[in-house]
Write a protein that binds this ligand. Structure first.
Ligand code: MF3
Ligand code: CO
Length: 254
């Protein structure tokens, strides 16, 4: 299926999906503390999603067994919540969530500190988030898709970190994953020209050590090969005639 250009009405629905998702993230951020299980965070996320009459888009997606992907420390993405996985002081935890509002998706991820963390892990979290904000500056009509990719890569690598290759961002709309793929590194070529009405989930996954990853035997959890920590940051973004609009981001919330 080709890239979809959203109508003003569709954009309105995606704005609402994104607005709700920013609240879901803010509410989940509030319960993070040493001693809480990743299942408790999943439950809180689900509760907030349901309270807005939305559907958690990850639940049962290709058999994924939960509503929120919760990835601790060396887990890059797609960690499965568990009541046995208890967060410890000094951990970093990535929360990735998606909601469906009236048939339209939003998708966003945040990485949080659990209590006091090392300066290096804080830098990893900050650089990952900023790599998104650097990349999104290029998300403008007339630019090429890989302008975003290269900007993210240059920022992350310029700070001494590495970019996961196997997993990428994506178009989003009536489906969670639409065309185009949005890599966080620069592949060969320039990528498609961006047009107003395109909606993209831009989601850098940045490793402290080497870029290599593998998937655990649960067939979901993606971890770094060298067991060093990894961070993730994502928003659903609308390409406009001017500045990109961050649908799942509210600067006053988490
Ligand atoms: N945000 C992720 C993505 O964009 C999570 C989806 S994986 C799921 O692909 F299976 F958990 F849904
Ligand atoms: Co995504």
């Amino acid at each position: 299926m080709a890239v979809t250009i959203k109508s003003e009405h569709e954009i309105e629905l995606m704005r609402e999906a994104g607005r709700i998702l920013s609240i879901v993230h803010d509410e989940m951020a509030k319960v993070i503390r040493p001693g809480i299980s990743t299942m408790d965070i999943n439950r809180r996320g689900e509760e907030v999603i349901n309270s807005y009459g939305c559907i958690p888009s990850f639940l049962n997606y290709r058999g994924y067994p939960a509503s929120i992907c919760i990835s601790v420390n060396d887990e890059v993405v797609h960690g499965i919540p568990s009541k046995k996985r208890i967060l410890q002081e000094g951990d970093i935890v990535s929360l990735d969530a998606g909601v469906i509002y009236k048939g339209y998706h939003s998708d966003a991820a945040r990485t949080h500190a659990v209590g006091e963390i090392s300066e290096e892990d804080q830098r990893l979290i900050d650089v990952t988030k900023q790599s998104f904000f650097e990349g999104v500056k290029m998300a403008r009509a007339g630019n090429h898709l890989f302008d975003i990719s290269k900007t993210i890569q240059d920022y992350a690598e310029g700070h001494g970190f590495s970019v996961v290759r196997e997993m990428v961002g994506h178009g989003i709309g009536q489906k969670l994953h639409e065309e185009p793929q949005v890599p966080n590194y620069k592949p060969i070529g320039r990528g498609m020209k961006l047009r107003p009405g395109m909606t993209l989930a831009i989601e850098p996954m940045i490793n402290k050590g080497a870029k290599d990853i593998w998937i655990l035997d649960d067939d979901w959890t993606c971890v770094t090969r060298d067991s060093q920590n990894s961070a993730h940051y994502e928003n659903t973004v609308l390409i406009t005639e001017g500045e990109p609009e961050l649908l799942s981001y509210n600067k006053d919330l988490a």
